[in-house]
Design a protein around this ligand. Structure first.
Ligand SMILES: [Mg+2]
Length: 355
């Protein structure tokens, strides 16, 4: 079954996140919530949809897809997903083992899984081992506010909507304490540092300062994100569990990350790690380390992650970005209800984005 066409589109949506423009605009330079949709067509006229990591560099991923990756896919066999992934990785490895080319390749991979499930007439999770659960718990991943009152108000709002786990992207202790005080003590908080701390000593001091706050994990505690030995030293201090991995583009790197003793929680991102093929490779390497994917996006990448989590033996939560989109790729279909997201049972990814 040959691939005959590959197209991409950027879907941009205005959004609100429970605070003024200064927080996100100042910290993340977000103009909107962008989704890079990838559509792969096969010779039988079927289409599959995928997503490559976009965020605030969505045009760069689109260029990599349109100029490099898409032409290399035309005429290849859509049913040999792992084989195509490996050939594309080898062909373009001099553009880096992580970054826009791998993000584009991830979008192709997800679209090919959507096509595979379509040919089988099955929901995607059936191809991944079957749904162990009809719905998956979500955790609210709050954007960075940087203002204690905003953090506290939005953490409380997330709990009021039914979330039982909250992630903050804050590094300021006043902001973190404000959130802790605003929600019940038995609701765990994850702290995403986004590699802010420049030294092991600072990361360890931070871990010590938050250790008594019911912290489920501290995420990416240190710069650079691939300094596995330094992260292992932070973990060895023992103040909180450590999570990381969204910035790893090659599944094999996770093997080294885990072998370094750096991780309690591995966080491959399906739109960055080579799609479901890469995510499955990471899971096979995890050896007792929890795999809780990174998924702060809204399109086929989020949906593919949901199917993967539904089929996992051990239940783990789905990351849902805590923002209201004016026009999300799937409308409100993936909005959590009482803290859970329903797993689609229709064939393929189960939902089709507007195109
Ligand atoms: Mg993160």
């Amino acid at each position: 079954m040959r691939i005959t066409r590959v197209e991409s589109r950027i879907q941009r949506s205005a959004f609100t996140y429970g605070a003024g423009a200064a927080g996100v605009g100042g910290n993340l330079h977000l103009r909107g919530m962008d989704t890079l949709l990838v559509r792969v067509e096969t010779e039988d006229g079927r289409h599959g949809f995928g997503e490559g990591f976009g965020f605030n560099l969505v045009e760069t991923t689109k260029e990599a897809l349109d100029r490099l990756v898409a032409p290399a896919c035309i005429g290849t066999d859509a049913t040999d997903i792992a084989g195509l992934s490996l050939r594309l990785q080898r062909r373009f490895h001099n553009f880096g083992r992580s970054g826009p080319v791998i993000f584009a390749l991830s979008g192709i991979d997800i679209a090919l899984w959507d096509l595979a499930a379509q040919r089988e007439g099955q929901p995607l999770h059936a191809l991944l081992g079957g749904a162990a659960r009809p719905r998956v718990e979500a955790y609210a991943s709050l954007l960075r506010y940087g203002v204690a009152a905003d953090v506290a108000r939005n953490a409380a709002a997330a709990v009021a909507r039914g979330y039982r786990r909250i992630k903050l992207h804050e590094i300021d202790l006043d902001c973190i304490s404000a959130a802790r005080a605003a929600i019940p003590a038995d609701i765990p908080i994850m702290l995403d540092i986004n590699c802010a701390w420049p030294s092991v000593a600072q990361a360890v001091a931070f871990g010590r300062a938050v250790a008594e706050m019911n912290i489920a994990w501290v995420e990416e505690p240190i710069w650079p994100p691939e300094d596995f030995d330094a992260i292992a030293q932070v973990r060895a201090a023992g103040h909180t569990p450590i999570a990381a991995g969204e910035n790893i583009g090659a599944p094999e790197e996770f093997g080294r990350f885990i072998a370094a003793g750096a991780l309690d929680v591995a966080q491959p991102s399906v739109t960055k790690i080579g799609g479901l093929t890469g995510l499955r490779q990471v899971a096979a390497l995890a050896r007792g380390v929890a795999v809780v994917p990174h998924s702060p996006y809204f399109g086929p990448g989020l949906l593919a992650t949901l199917h993967w989590l539904a089929a996992c033996e051990v239940a783990q939560p789905l990351e849902i970005y805590f923002a209201e989109l004016e026009a999300a790729p799937y409308g409100r279909a993936l909005d959590p209800d009482d803290g859970y997201v329903t797993v689609p049972v229709a064939p393929r990814l189960g939902l089709i984005p507007s195109w």
